[in-house]
Design a protein around this ligand. Structure first.
Ligand code: GAR
Length: 197
């Protein structure tokens, strides 16, 4: 089986990365992670990568004057790892249209809500769950989607739904969404790999 070569981009804990590491450890899973890249030094996900024996690199965005300068380095680092698909997994940087054009159709993201609801600039992490609760939505969930310049508007690969419970806080909702997210990400990468093979 020819495996899909992944680069996973993170900024923090990397629990979605962990789900992908565990899936890729299964011999019949059609993808492998060639590199993990963090824009934040000390992101916990870097330790997860090292523990799994995956090359881990940090590109600290604060060291670059412009988004473009940061992305030039990112593009070059990705070039070392024979990457078929870039998986954004809690990567908290918006990518420029120029970068996205270089990797057209090869970047996917996980978003912790049912897009197109509660997406776009400024909608990440706890802001998303707070917005879901403030809107009084009966359900939330996760969306795995392709990345296009229009933030959180790319083609949806799959969604999983989560009920909003009475008394939910943004923390309790985030926790349940994250559990679904792990399964959804693993499933979405499998779908893409199987389509390509
Ligand atoms: C995930 O819930 C992901 O959807 C969210 O950050 C969390 C990262 O968790 N991403 C966004 O909000 C992007 N808009 P993780 O680091 O444990 O995988």
């Amino acid at each position: 089986m020819k495996k899909l070569n992944l680069a996973v981009l993170i900024s923090g804990s990397g629990s979605n990365l962990q789900a992908l590491i565990e899936a890729c450890a299964q011999p019949d899973y059609p993808a492998k992670i060639n590199a993990v890249i963090s824009n934040r030094p000390g992101a916990f996900g870097l330790q997860r990568a090292e523990k799994a024996g995956i090359p881990a690199e940090t590109i600290d965005h604060t060291k670059y004057a412009t988004r473009g300068d940061f992305e030039k380095v990112l593009h070059n680092v990705l070039g070392k790892y024979n990457v078929d698909l870039i998986c954004l997994a809690g990567f908290m940087r918006i990518l420029t249209p120029e970068f996205i054009a270089k990797w057209e159709g090869k970047i996917i993201n996980t978003h912790p809500a049912l897009l197109p609801r509660h997406g776009g600039k400024g909608m990440y992490g706890e802001h998303v769950h707070k917005a879901v609760l403030a809107a009084g939505d009966a359900e939330s969930g996760v969306t795995i989607h392709y990345v296009i310049p229009d933030v959180d508007r790319g083609e949806i690969i799959l969604q999983k739904r989560v009920k909003v419970e009475n008394g939910d806080t943004h923390e309790s909702l985030a926790k349940r969404v994250l559990t679904e997210e792990h399964e959804a990400y693993v499933e979405a990468v499998r779908m893409i790999a199987e389509k390509k093979s």
